[in-house]
Write a protein that binds this ligand. Structure first.
Ligand code: AMP
Ligand code: GLY
Length: 405
């Protein structure tokens, strides 16, 4: 089977790495650190299966265009991708599906938004309706900051058109959980659960990012909890999509918060998580290409299986991320890190300058460790990271720390 992976980050590198166990893989556009990267647009490539990584092309209808050309595609059409493209639509769908989620209001005017905010208690949660690369969510105890965010979002000054509608939510507390479910339109099967670290700083300090690290499995998730997530969150969502005439074939990524009163849906993403994919997909022991092809064809036959070994990834980011990452710094030590037992390095925001690999984005590398326990996987990831450097490299020091304690 020939598989074309669409995208250019660490998620796509991890997907290509695992798919190539059983398939021939090209990645478009990829990046200089991903083997098999080609600049040819997906519409001009020939493959038995297309796997679309990022949300933007999905929201933009790439899956529809490829399907119209007769291709087999893993990834929802623009109709299903709206789940991620519009938080207001997602919330409405969750309510219709009876999925437990935070109370919320949707606004396009500051006055009613302020009034709604005044009825809430901290932490205040203000989100852009549209896509903002994981950065359009403010969680704060300061009413003034929440009001300023509403102004900045609605005026378009913070996130352009993505912020002209805002969603204000009840603030919830608890550990977060990412469950990536592979869907074939009517049936969903879960991949192994993962936990992501969204904030830039140790101890969850500072602004939200796309994700600074992840690990899998998650000790606090047993089969019963995973069953609850599938039966009470993912299945009703897929059924509601289907009721609306949406044939959803791709990943439904459930971002949940485990609150003291039970799991609640934070958000759905319509694609593999980044960096969760880097710790979930390499743990698959069955044929990933076959699973995604079955889902794309509308009929999952075989449920995926996973190794018991744990995996931890630490994101090595550029100085200034998430606000204004510095780029163009020469990266050293990737080969030395890869030479270590149980260490894998996936390339995300990298480019080439004068024949050398340089930083070219906020999240630059994903340094992954695998081992029989989360503790050993974590130690390996940080050992690998210690061999890598460029001026201004930043990373969290506490990825998977509590899970391995
Ligand atoms: P989202 O993009 O909606 O998943 O939000 C990004 C991050 O913001 C989540 O992973 C949470 O850490 C946080 N967050 C979002 N919604 C809420 C909420 N209602 N209460 C508390 N934290 C939230
Ligand atoms: N890791 C969060 C995301 O992929 O949106």
């Amino acid at each position: 089977m020939k598989v074309c992976v669409v995208g250019s980050g660490g998620r796509e590198h991890a997907l290509a790495h695992v798919l190539s166990r059983s398939a021939e893989v090209v990645v478009t556009p990829g990046n200089p650190g991903i083997p098999g990267s080609v600049p040819t647009p997906p519409e001009q490539l020939d493959a038995d299966l297309f796997v679309i990584g990022p949300e933007a092309p999905l929201v933009d209808g790439l899956a529809d265009r490829l399907r119209a050309a007769g291709r087999l595609v893993f990834g929802p059409g623009a109709d299903g991708a709206r789940l991620e493209g519009s938080k207001a639509w997602m919330k409405e769908l969750l309510v219709a599906a009876g999925v437990p989620t935070a109370a919320h209001g949707t606004f396009t005017e500051a006055g009613p938004a302020y009034s709604f905010l005044d009825t809430m208690v901290p932490p205040y949660v203000v989100k852009t309706d549209g896509l903002a690369a994981g950065k359009g969510v403010l969680v704060t105890d300061s009413l003034d900051d929440a009001r300023s965010a509403i102004d900045d979002y609605l005026s378009g000054s913070a996130f352009g058109d993505a912020g002209r509608t805002v969603v204000i939510e009840e603030g919830m507390v608890g550990p977060e959980l990412s469950v990536l479910a592979v869907c074939d339109g009517t049936r969903a099967v879960p991949l192994a659960p993962a936990q992501d670290f969204k904030r830039i700083g140790d101890g969850d300090a500072g602004p939200n990012t796309g994700g600074m690290g992840a690990y899998s499995p998650v000790p606090l998730v047993d089969d019963q909890l995973l069953g609850t997530v599938m039966d009470e969150f993912v299945a009703p969502t897929l059924a509601e999509l289907s009721r609306r005439g949406i044939d959803y074939r791709g990943v439904l990524y459930a971002g949940l918060m485990l609150t003291p009163t039970g799991p609640r849906m934070l958000e759905y993403n319509v694609r593999f998580g980044d960096p969760e994919t880097q710790v979930v997909v390499p743990r698959v022991t069955s044929d990933l290409a076959e699973l995604l092809a079955q889902a794309a064809a509308g009929h999952i036959v075989d449920e995926p299986t996973f190794t018991d070994d744990a995996m931890v990834t630490v994101v090595a980011a550029a100085e200034g991320y998430p606000a204004a990452p510095r780029t163009g710094d020469v990266i050293t030590g990737i080969d030395a890190a890869r030479a270590l037992d149980g260490v894998t390095v996936f390339c995300a925001g990298v480019g080439v300058s004068d024949g050398q690999l340089v930083t070219a984005g906020g999240r630059v590398l994903n340094v992954c460790g695998t081992g029989p326990s989360i503790e050993s996987a974590r130690a390996r990831a940080y050992e690998g990271l210690a061999r890598i450097s460029w001026p201004g490299l930043t990373h969290r020091g506490d990825i998977a720390a509590t899970a391995s304690a």
